[in-house]
Write a protein that binds this ligand. Sequence first.
Ligand SMILES: Cc1cc2nc3c(=O)[nH]c(=O)nc-3n(C[C@H](O)[C@H](O)[C@H](O)COP(=O)(O)OP(=O)(O)OC[C@H]3O[C@@H](n4cnc5c(N)ncnc54)[C@H](O)[C@@H]3O)c2cc1C
Length: 488
Amino acid sequence: MAGYDYDVGVLGGGSAGLTLASGAAQLGAKVLLIEKEPHLGGDCLHYGCVPSKTLIKSASVYHLMKTSARYGLPKMTPPPVASAQVVKRIKGVIAVIQKHDSAERFCELGAQVRFGQARFVDEHSVDLEGERISAKSWLIATGSSPALPPVPGLADIPYLTNKDIFYLERLPQTMIILGGGPIALEMAQAFQRLGCQVSLVQRSGQVLSKEDKDLADLATVALQGEGVEFYLNARISAAREVNGRPVLILFDGQGQQVELSAEALLVALGRRANLDGLGLEDIGVDYDAKGLKLDQRLRTSHKHIYGAGDVTGGHQFTHAAGYEGGVVLANAVLRLPRKADYTWLPWCTFIQPELASVGLNEKAAAAAGLDYTVWSEDFAANDRALAEGSGLGRIKLILDKSEKPLGVQILGPHAGEIINEWVAVLGGGVKLSTLAGAMHPYPTLGEINKKVAGDVLAPKLFSDLVKKGLKVFFNTKGRACNPPWQEK
Ligand SMILES: Cc1cc2nc3c(=O)[nH]c(=O)nc-3n(C[C@H](O)[C@H](O)[C@H](O)COP(=O)(O)OP(=O)(O)OC[C@H]3O[C@@H](n4cnc5c(N)ncnc54)[C@H](O)[C@@H]3O)c2cc1C
């Protein structure tokens, strides 16, 4: 390490940065982690996954209270939600996880944590509030921020982003949400359930535009059923403030001008990589409007400066950020030339029913010009889903022409948990026959995995050839009953 203060320097204490810092420190490297905010954990812990999933749970319990009659229980009209109590619970959950992501814990692991704004002054050194600090390798893991669309007037009116939405002192009665991605949908359902009338405005004709349209449309129908109003194919022409309320002027899917006014406006229209103020131009690290430009080993234009997580503009998920932190660990510390491989990257949108995906969906398979077949099963035929009152949704297994799995999509109850079996099956190269033959506890939602795998094998197992063989060898006598509607 001759000449450098540290082996590894990390900018950003979110999922990507923490993964590298803890791994490198535990491997005996001298690690410095620099975080701009006064706490570690990043967006996921403070303004993303953790508060959103905690809010979603509160909203789903309240929804259950309001829909108790569906389960044969007394009808209830619960009192309105006190936002302060929900926010208190969110802060409580964050506080528990924060201990795991604390500077003290990282110090115990062997990594030094410093808080402040750093800027590169040369290829190996940053300036941290007047102090020059050098490291042999650096990771830029500074995350992303909400992007503001270029709608005239929008920047001048009050709007919320993921930085404010989990900490509202009062629950708004009405809310406009701009965007049709996972954050927009999760918040639309949660706030609608908590008692706020939500209007969701989306540019294209489909929400969750990466997903297959049939599943995204089912999700839309589910949210519409709970009262969320959708404005699809909408073109926003202006935004203004009237009597302290945000107002949006838009042309809806039919080209009609609509004026939407609400107590609150949430902007959830994409993310922008946090690259400002890092001095990257001065040291020649390449980036574009999406984020850092990296090779497959996650190296920037300087081979010892890496990028990981949202700042790359790639797959903006916590588990992707953690995975990429691990890839950097392999390259920068273990010196193993490891490339990032996203073939079996799963993700989930946590609406109810959840929409989870791994590998290619139909849209991606078609875009790649592949021949594929789709095998599907509905949750309406899954006993547990029916017992739970959650029969909406389906699983789709996409196979290539040689019947090798390309991907799986699940819209249904706890899809984010059910997909995990596929992560192991697809990532581990497990045969569909193994999955189809594996005992699954009854009644579970996960049986749908075994069922759809079995569907692929059934035509071979119950083929005329097998039946003929059994007849010859074991003298089987054939059908005992023929329904009248099948008789010629
Ligand atoms: C509302 C919402 C819900 C989400 N839900 C999910 C979910 O359910 N599942 C999922 O997988 N993903 C979810 N995400 C995405 C997830 O939060 C991100 O993908 C993840 O946080 C990315 O991790 P990261 O390490 O790249 O960035 P971050 O976690 O944002 O960490 C970056 C850190 O860098 C710091 N930083 C910024 N600039 C500097 C600087 N100049 N110097 C030093 N430090 C700096 C920041 O303060 C921050 O702490 C959600 C996001 C949002 C907004």
